[in-house]
Design a protein around this ligand. Structure first.
Ligand code: ADP
Length: 266
């Protein structure tokens, strides 16, 4: 709380009273502090790939190195990777700024979540991964209707499933589960991966928070995937959280309000 204290003067410039203004600045300061941290993080995240690119380009333009078939393709590959990372980062930042600015930017429609989730898992199953992975579906055998923006929800599930894959061991199983509890739909994605230390589990939804920075970078992460997921889920009046055991695996749970059943729905 900030208190501003000022005197009230009469026509003879004598103090005739005081005004005290009490201001709750803690919230303002917190937002300002977060903003500053965010800008510092963004600058750092962009500077890292840029300085890497600069040193590799300098090495290439030093003498005839760019003609060296053993070195040049490798160095160009590094600069290409770093460029890709910056594009991903800027795209994620644009997503977040849209989430901050537009209140009604969601295009919601009535969607059968069971069918929708099946089609997303199908897409992931088609891909090839570095490790041997299997997907287990524990989905209901009937439709469950939700009111969602399909593009945004695709991105949320994409971010969560990509993490499950990134942090899974060879031969791991990723379990995708949906069930309904009361008025909420519960969606859980569980992996058998490295897990997250218990004191950091809640922080993984913060912007740029990464348990292992070097590892996340190596895997191409921006540290924004789950922050975007959380904002999108909250815009759908849902919640998202993580449970994890180090060395055993992680599960991410998302809840979404279910729609009233229309007559004729099973
Ligand atoms: P990143 O781009 O680094 O993956 P995210 O916001 O998606 O960023 O995730 C933040 C951090 O949370 C990751 O860097 C990782 O440390 C941790 N994390 C997320 N999902 C998992 C998971 N399934 N298993 C283990 N750690 C995870």
């Amino acid at each position: 709380i900030k208190a501003t204290f000022s005197g009230i003067y009469d026509e003879h410039e004598r103090v005739s009273g005081f005004i005290t203004v009490l201001n709750d600045v803690t919230e303002e300061e917190r937002i300002e502090q977060e903003r500053r941290e965010f800008v510092a993080n963004v600058s750092h995240e962009l500077r890292t790939p840029l300085t890497t690119m600069r040193s590799y380009l300098e090495a290439l333009t030093d003498g005839d190195t760019w003609k060296n078939p053993d070195i040049a393709p490798k160095f160009l590959g590094v600069t290409q990777n770093e460029t890709e990372r910056m594009i991903r980062l800027v795209n994620d930042l644009l997503q977040l700024s849209k989430l901050d600015n537009e209140e009604n930017y969601l295009r919601k429609e009535r969607v059968d979540f069971t069918d929708f989730f099946h089609s997303i898992i199908d897409r992931f199953e088609m891909n090839k991964y570095e490790q041997d992975l299997s997907f287990e579906r524990q989905l209901p055998d009937k439709p469950h209707w939700v009111w969602i923006d399909k593009d945004k929800m695709t991105q949320v599930l994409y971010n969560v499933l990509s993490n499950a894959i990134k942090y899974s061991p060879d031969g791991g199983t990723i379990t995708c589960k949906v069930d309904v509890k009361g008025k909420m739909l519960n969606v859980t994605v569980t992996d058998q991966g490295v897990g997250i230390p218990s004191d950091q589990v809640d922080r993984i939804f913060d912007r740029f928070y990464r348990v292992d920075k070097a590892r996340s970078r190596k895997l191409g992460g921006t540290g924004l995937g789950l922050a975007i997921a959380r904002e999108m889920i909250e815009a759908h009046d849902g919640k998202i959280w993580a449970n994890s055991k180090e060395g055993q695996g992680t599960s991410i749970t998302i809840t979404l309000p279910v729609m009233h059943q229309k007559r004729g729905d099973a």
